[in-house]
Design a protein around this ligand. Structure first.
Ligand SMILES: C[S@@+](CC[C@H](N)C(=O)[O-])C[C@H]1O[C@@H](n2cnc3c(N)ncnc32)[C@H](O)[C@@H]1O
Length: 536
């Protein structure tokens, strides 16, 4: 993503140590709402999708509220970049977003008006004073808010979830966790000290960023402090300024231990169910005893086991799922996968496959070795279907006659789901194939491309960069332009120098028409892979 950020040359600090700003980094004067001056780039957040949350409920033996007719509330929704695309995909569900920033609400409301959506509303409001007038919601999302607001607002988040969730409703709340975040506290201290108290949010971010990069450049030894400075300076170079504003310059940032979060939720009558990515943060090398304690989801030991993970891994961020208190203990199991839909980008890697064992890798090249030929066949089929989901029923059906095969398949997929290597959903996801005569990009992405927004929302509820070639082509992928017409558009954009293209490998001098055709096909494949195209 391109940061909506322009660097302001001057620094608050020279490396000799002269600085402006408060000396201890403790007290800063908060602006009424800094986000009004520096809006947050509100993007789709994949794990918050109700269809995913509902699948987690199913795995834990809870009957989730129906996703296609759900009421969804987002607390601290910014300009609605997360729930607007969901509202477009689920026209029979209704969505309400609440945010403190007038600017965020105005931006999002304008976008909703332009999209013609009638099932979503964004409302200005302070969570601490929110009156929902008895409305209830099946899914409540609160991402990137909890750790960065005062305790009164944190309590309000729990209170709203408890009061407004329907009986089997689910809430997901993200927050910074200890002990991992102790490391980043050093960065926050530094940012607060050198950002200064005055100046616009953008200026303060620029001062903080500049100070960090100067300190990182001066920290060349191998010690842990230098390493932290260099790692964080490099990480923060390309993130949006408003992320730095929210994460490191907000007057509040109170990371907590997961056990404390679970206890506070319980005080408000909410039970901890799981992480949205289940056990994805648990490294395969984790000590076997802890691994079995964690993966048993034993409710008696749960809080301790989750806390142990954070101590062992240094995890800094959690996305927890809470449910209203119920008498039953919840444990996930593979058999409950049967009614769900899964998708996986794992592909067999022939170069690493030997005899009995097939090595699958994902786009990050992380390997999985499979020795069961039935599981190999199933995973190959699943990978070929990507980005579409396949129902677990459909995956196991061809092997019904083989004793034990269905259970082995379910167990293998369950392990992949727990490890975060396969997505899981209560609804099928179907995107369009690249090879259509009249390719149609889904309306939200088309509008985003036309608006100049630096990312595009996919039908998988992820974001991909809005590359110049996509901005040129998407507005015309409306079902009225066939591939030949798109090719003409692209050739024109190439002539204008508006897009960078690749040239097909050929012995002869490439013809402009064939360059456009080649790049159009690559673009359509890219869009299909990321789930931007509508099915025919
Ligand atoms: C870091 S942004 C996260 C936005 C969005 N959830 C996301 O992840 O893209 C935090 C948001 O919380 C909102 N916020 C902070 N305190 C709030 C409060 N007391 N009531 C309502 N919204 C609040 C801010 O205005 C801002 O839009």
């Amino acid at each position: 993503m391109n940061p909506p950020y322009a660097s302001h040359g001057d620094s608050a600090l020279d490396v000799a140590g002269r600085a402006n700003g408060p000396s201890g980094g403790g007290s800063i004067v908060p602006a009424a709402n800094d986000y009004d001056l520096l809006p947050y780039p509100s993007m789709p957040i994949c794990y918050t999708q109700p269809a995913h949350l509902a699948a987690l409920a199913v795995l834990f033996g809870i009957a989730p509220p129906p996703v296609s007719h759900a009421r969804v509330l987002e607390l601290g929704c910014a300009s609605g970049g997360n729930i607007i695309p969901l509202a477009a995909r689920f026209p029979d569900s209704s969505f309400l977003g609440i945010d403190l920033s007038h600017r965020h609400i105005a931006d999002g409301t304008g976008r909703i008006a332009g999209s013609g959506l009638r099932n979503i509303r964004l409302q200005h409001g302070d969570l601490t004073a929110l009156d929902l007038a008895g409305q209830t919601f099946d899914y409540i999302i609160c991402h990137g808010v909890f750790s960065w607001v005062p305790k009164a607002a944190q309590d309000a988040i729990f209170r709203i979830c408890q009061a407004a969730l329907t009986p089997n409703g689910m809430a997901t709340i993200s927050y910074n966790v200890l002990p991992g975040w102790h490391l980043r506290s050093a960065i926050r201290d530094l940012c607060l000290r050198y950002a200064g108290e005055k100046g616009s949010p953008r200026d303060r971010v620029a001062q903080a960023r500049s100070a960090l990069s100067q300190i990182a450049a001066a920290s060349q030894d191998d010690g842990p402090y230098s390493l932290l400075m260099r790692t964080e300076a490099s990480r923060l170079k390309d993130v949006p300024a408003s992320y730095i504003l929210g994460e490191f310059l907000a007057p509040d940032n109170s990371p907590c231990h997961v056990g404390q979060f679970i206890d506070r939720a319980a005080e408000h009558g909410l039970d901890y169910l799981c992480e949205t990515d289940l056990l994805a943060a648990v490294p395969p090398t984790l000590n076997a005893d802890l691994r079995s304690r964690v993966s048993s989801f034993d409710t008696g030991n749960r809080s301790r086991a989750e806390q142990d993970i954070d101590f062992l891994t240094g995890r800094m961020f959690r996305r927890s799922v809470l449910v209203r208190r119920t008498p039953a203990a919840h444990t996930a199991c593979a058999d409950r996968l049967q009614s769900l839909h899964v998708s996986s980008s794992l592909r067999a890697d022939p170069g690493r496959t030997t005899g009995q064992e097939t090595v699958f890798t994902d786009p990050q090249s992380r390997p999985i070795t499979v020795s069961d030929p039935i599981v190999t066949e199933v995973l190959s089929g699943l990978g070929n279907a990507y980005p579409n989901t396949v129902s677990v029923n459909a995956l196991t059906a061809p092997f019904k006659a083989i004793p034990g095969a269905e259970g082995r398949i379910r167990q293998a997929i369950f392990s992949l789901v727990l490890a975060g290597r396969t997505t899981v959903s209560v609804l099928p996801a179907v995107a369009g194939h690249w090879d259509q005569d009249f390719p149609v990009a889904w309306p939200i992405a088309r509008a985003e491309a036309a608006s100049g927004q630096p990312w595009l929302t996919t039908l998988l509820h992820t974001a991909i960069p809005a590359l110049p070639i996509l901005r040129e082509l998407l507005p015309y992928m409306d079902g009225k332009h066939d591939r030949a017409a798109l090719c003409v558009r692209l050739a024109d954009a190439i002539l204008r120098g508006a897009v960078a293209v690749t040239v097909p490998s050929t012995d002869e001098a490439p013809h402009p028409g064939s360059v456009a055709a080649h790049n159009l096909e690559q673009t359509l494949r890219h869009l299909a892979y990321h789930g931007i195209l509508m099915p025919a």
